[in-house]
Write a protein that binds this ligand. Sequence first.
Ligand SMILES: *[C@@H]1O[C@H](CO)[C@@H](O)[C@H](O)[C@H]1NC(C)=O
Ligand SMILES: *[C@@H]1O[C@H](CO)[C@@H](O)[C@H](O)[C@H]1NC(C)=O
Length: 181
Amino acid sequence: MAAAVSTPFSIPMLMILFITLVYQAYAQIPQPTDRETTYVFYLQDITRGPNATVAAVAGIKGRNWNFNTFGSVFVVDDPVTMGPSPGSTMVGRAQGLLVVSSRDGAYVNVVLSIVFNSWQFNGSTLELQGINRQNDNVRTVSVVSGSGQFRFARGYATLQTVAYDPPTARSTVRFTITLRT
Ligand SMILES: *[C@@H]1O[C@H](CO)[C@@H](O)[C@H](O)[C@H]1NC(C)=O
Ligand SMILES: *[C@@H]1O[C@H](CO)[C@@H](O)[C@H](O)[C@H]1NC(C)=O
């Protein structure tokens, strides 16, 4: 008669050992702790006329202070809306500075606060900073911080001009903002 194979482990003990090993292996895989959230807003920009939302305030003496001239500094106060239409629900304003920062006039340094004044983020801000490569279809700037509900925010924003009407100097820029929270 063959002796029964003996093991010091009972079946339940083996199962517990197996589960423990699987759990330990899983625990060593880095788990994503950050959650990405994407928001889409539209900036409504008017570059001239009585209702202009962008104004040249400084530049190199003797040169035209425009978007293609190195050294031109603009102050901005653009409505930010939910949809692409200028009449769509306003959620806040994009306020800050644009500086033509490359000598060939192609790059603009952007320092903008999105100041929410309605909707779910009323009172909060997002702080955007970076280089706007004006000739690129899609531009990217950083989201460096925020306040209120966006404290410690970080991420990036892609900018794409979705409408431009030369006679009225109006343009609409889509901001797709991806944050890690
Ligand atoms: C400027 O805005 C006012 C008030 O919204 C409006 O009545 C006027 O038509 C606008 N002017 C131009 C040139 O768009
Ligand atoms: C946004 O907040 C301000 C200041 O707290 C308040 O006066 C205003 O009514 C709020 N607006 C909306 C649309 O909730």
